[in-house]
Ligand binder design. Structure first.
Ligand code: SAM
Length: 270
């Protein structure tokens, strides 16, 4: 078996249940932390099976397990830090981070409801170190009736909103009232898993730059069509307001040009 995490799953001291496809995803995401002294938090302990996997795979890591079930305290004797609490509670997370400071990896394998998954993201993202990951498992629940879905406020729709939030780091595209784009540098979607990568330093506003090297004035064929001006006469170009109107007019013309024939691609959105 060449997947080490899957091997440790089978060798774990206690029971665990996982999607078979998760092991490759975890190997891809966690291998960079293998010899690092990180803090990993897992929400959802149950029988402790996955805590043992992480301990073996990340031998230098401090591992904290969280569960709503007091019975999970028993895993303290195996060397884990165990916190009992509800991931759906803002107060729980405030106290958690006062006690434990910032962490590096959070795996959400808790209750899997929309509100639990969303609350965990909004409460935890500001407390992850740069380079850290928040991994939400079982987002397939966002499509399941018994989890209250489909729903406009499902976890997967919240995650899709984060795509726009990240892209709004390009100036003047948009702005959300609630934003995490000073923390989340990237988002990855795997089947049933969403991963948020934190890096405050890389979250700055984007800008266009040039390298000042030789310019051969080769025509950019993107603009190889004639867009006439609304006010062709030089005289009109003197007035700021008319220049502005002309700019808006040209923008609409270019937009129409770019959208020409787009309807035939409608089938790819079905
Ligand atoms: C799927 S099991 C975790 C399995 C474990 N991670 C493994 O792979 O072996 C889910 C656990 O989440 C816990 N849980 C459910 N709702 C929770 C909540 N609101 N806050 C914290 N833990 C919760 C349950 O008590 C249960 O032990």
């Amino acid at each position: 078996m060449n997947n080490i995490i899957k091997k440790y799953f089978y060798e774990s001291k206690s029971f665990s249940i996982k999607h078979e496809k998760y092991f490759n995803v975890y190997e891809k995401l966690l291998s960079r932390f293998r010899d690092k002294e990180i803090t990993l938090v897992e929400i959802g302990i149950h029988n402790g099976g996955s805590l043992h996997i992480w301990k073996k795979y990340l031998p230098k890591a401090k591992i904290i397990g969280i569960d709503i079930n007091e019975d999970c305290k028993r895993f303290e004797k195996d060397g884990f830090i165990i916190e009992i609490g509800n991931q759906n509670s803002q107060e729980f997370w405030e106290n958690f981070f006062i006690k434990h400071n910032n962490v590096d990896v959070i795996i959400d394998d808790g209750g899997h409801t929309n509100s639990q998954q969303i609350n965990t993201v909004v409460c935890c993202i500001p407390h992850l170190n740069n380079g850290g990951l928040l991994i939400t498992e079982d987002v397939n629940c966002s499509y399941m009736f018994e989890f209250g879905n489909p729903n406009k406020f499902s976890f997967i729709n919240f995650s899709k909103k984060i795509i726009d939030d990240i892209n709004f780091k390009f100036p003047n595209l948009g702005k959300f009232k609630y934003s995490l784009n000073d923390y989340i540098y990237s988002i990855q979607f795997f089947e049933s898993i969403v991963v948020f990568e934190i890096n405050r330093d890389l979250c700055h506003f984007n800008k266009i730059i040039t390298n000042d090297k030789e310019n051969y004035n080769i025509k950019d064929l993107r603009y190889n069509f004639k867009v006439s001006n609304l006010f062709e006469k030089q005289f009109f170009k003197k007035f700021k307001i008319l220049r502005k109107i002309n700019e808006i007019y040209r923008t609409f013309k270019i937009r129409n040009f770019n959208n020409k024939n787009l309807k035939k691609f409608k089938k790819y959105f079905k």
